[in-house]
Structures are given as structure tokens and as C-alpha cells.
Design a protein around this ligand. Structure first.
Ligand SMILES: Nc1ncnc2c1ncn2[C@@H]1O[C@H](COP(=O)(O)OP(=O)(O)OP(=O)(O)O)[C@@H](O)[C@H]1O
Ligand SMILES: [Mg+2]
Length: 284
């Protein structure tokens, strides 16, 4: 399903006038910013050329948002995710995460911030082979020095929350792509970070499995209040977010509220049954 096309922006999206504060629902205070990029630029200097991967990006993402980042290959999406994820530093500008200016923090300090605040999910799942689902999910807790019993308990909960309680002792090669990605999501969430960053999490998955993973992310956003920033090339996936940011040439080209957030569970239910699909493919 991967394509480099930017998603169509029909009436379902309505313009966001330069990141205005969204009106808070009656009786609820407005969510505070979690991510603040102020004039962020990133240059990659190679022997031959300097690539301006990000140019003067100003962006605020508030707690509880579900943001899809789209744009053509090379437009700067992963560069932006690396900065948001404290894996890389801006060349210019400031990055404030959870009220903490992390721009000039050392690598070690940024690692501490990262471990406390951010869960990562990648296109390639990045699970340890020959290691069970349960052990993979326990790993971030091992690094935190959490004791064995507590680790086991929390990993079991995390795997239960992604619907994999029946697959605890399977190794990655004994799991489907969608199941592997769910293990990766459980691993990202076992430390209970407020922010989940996902760079093309459905890039290796078929439509049905992509929607299953998206349904899970929507649940986590809706019911656990986890802020999600997800990179995708797929319009159907972007339509499941609450806000869609389109990058072009290292800049934010559009930043729009998705007035009609697609419900991944409903979209999944509306897909033709597998047998019908197979029959249609087999038809002359
Ligand atoms: N380490 C690097 N050294 C030099 N240039 C880089 C490096 N990483 C990325 N770039 C360049 O920066 C630009 C932005 O790259 P980035 O990976 O952020 O794009 P992207 O939007 O994630 O693309 P894709 O959709 O293909 O993943 C590209 O022109 C890329 O070639
Ligand atoms: Mg990328």
C-alpha cells in the first residue's frame, strides 16, 4: 500500500489557522503542549553537499493529540521524528519537550528524557529474534532495573492490552507481521510513556493488519490519553489521525485538523471478508 502521494485533502480536513489553540470542550481545561519546536532547522553536512533536511519548523503538539505526518520521500519526516524523539539534535532552533528545553542537553541527559517520556515503534518492528514476546516486552524494564516479578507483571499487562495474551512465549518468527508490530507497541508502552512515536508502523503490513494496528493506536490515544505522532505514506492511515501535518522540502506545508477522524475498527469491519477478496482476485 505504500505510495509517495500526499493524501487528498477533501472537505474532511479543515484548515488550521497557524496552530491556533483548539477550543477546549466545555468544562475541560485546554491540554498543555507536550512538544514545542521553535524555528527548528536540521542540516546534514556531507563531503559533497549540505542537505537542509528541516528548515525553520515551528510546531506545537499538545497532550492527547493524534498526529499523522505525511509528505513525499525526503521531505524531512524521519528527521523531524528523530529530533522529537531526542535521537538527534536540531542544527538551529529550540526543542522543548514536556516543558524541558532539551536542545542543548548532553546525549546522556537526552537518553534519560527519552526513556522517561517516549515509546518508539518502527516499520521493521525491531524485535529481538529467538526471544519470546514476553521477554521482548520486558526488555525496557530490565534497562530500568525493575525487579523480575514486577517486570513480568507489567509485560503481561502490556501484551494483554494489545490482545496478545495468548502468544506470550512465541518468538518473532512464530508471529504474523501484525502480531509482531503489536509486540513492538507493547514494548513501547510497558514503561507507560506519555508519548508514542511511530515511523511508518504499518509500512510492512497489509491493509487489514494496518487497520488493526491503527485501531489499537486509536484506543490507546482515546482511552489512555497517550499522545501519538505517526509517520505514514498512506492516506487511509492518515485519515485515522486527528490532525495531519504535511511536510515538503523540510517545511510544514499544511497543518490541518481532520474534522472526520476515520474509525479504524469500523473501516476494518467494512472491508470485504477475506474469502470475498480471495474470490475477487481469483475471478478472471
Ligand atoms: N544522515 C544523513 N546524512 C545526509 N543526509 C541525510 C541524512 N539523513 C537524511 N538525509 C537527507 O535529509 C532529507 C530528509 O530525509 P528524511 O529521512 O527525513 O526524509 P523522509 O521524509 O523521512 O523520507 P522517507 O519518506 O523516504 O522516509 C533527505 O534529502 C535525505 O536524503
Ligand atoms: Mg523516513
Amino acid at each position: 500500500m505504500a505510495s509517495n502521494q500526499e493524501p487528498p485533502q477533501p472537505n474532511a480536513y479543515r484548515a488550521r489557522a497557524d496552530v491556533p489553540p483548539e477550543p477546549a470542550p466545555a468544562g475541560r481545561p485546554m491540554a498543555t503542549p507536550l512538544i514545542e519546536l521553535h524555528g527548528v532547522a536540521k542540516d546534514y553536512v556531507t563531503e559533497a553537499v549540505t542537505v537542509h533536511a528541516l528548515r525553520q519548523v515551528d510546531l506545537i503538539i499538545r497532550r492527547g493529540e493524534f498526529v499523522a505526518m505525511v509528505g513525499q520521500s525526503g521531505s524531512g519526516k524521519s528527521t523531524m521524528m528523530n529530533i522529537i524523539g531526542c535521537l538527534d539534535r536540531p542544527t538551529r532552533g529550540r526543542y522543548v519537550l514536556d516543558d524541558l528545553d532539551v536542545t542543548f542537553r548532553s546525549n546522556d541527559q537526552r537518553a534519560v528524557v527519552r526513556n522517561r517520556l517516549i515509546g518508539f515503534v518502527f516499520q521493521g518492528f525491531n524485535l529481538l529474534p529467538r526471544t519470546t514476546a514476553l521477554e521482548n516486552v520486558e526488555l525496557p524494564l530490565v534497562y530500568r532495573g525493575v525487579g523480575a516479578a514486577e517486570r513480568r507483571k507489567r509485560a503481561l499487562e502490556a501484551l494483554g492490552s494489545v490482545g496478545l495474551a495468548e502468544r506470550l512465549h512465541h518468538t518473532p518468527n512464530q508471529l504474523s507481521g501484525g502480531q509482531q508490530q503489536r509486540v513492538a507497541i507493547a514494548r513501547a508502552l510497558v514503561t507507560e510513556p506519555p508519548l508514542l512515536l511511530a515511523d511508518e508502523p504499518t509500512g510492512n503490513l497489509d491493509t487489514r493488519t494496518s487497520l488493526e494496528v491503527l485501531g489499537l493506536l486509536q484506543n490507546l490515544n482515546e482511552h489512555k490519553g497517550i499522545t501519538i505522532v505517526l509517520v505514514t505514506h498512506e492516506p487511509d492511515i492518515a485519515a485515522c489521525a486527528k490532525r495531519v501535518i504535511t511536510m515538503r522540502d523540510g517545511r510544514v506545508k499544511t497543518d490541518l485538523i481532520n474534522a472526520v477522524q476515520h474509525d479504524a475498527h469500523r473501516a476494518l469491519a467494512e472491508l470485504p471478508a477475506v474469502d470475498e477478496e480471495t474470490a475477487a482476485e481469483a475471478a478472471p
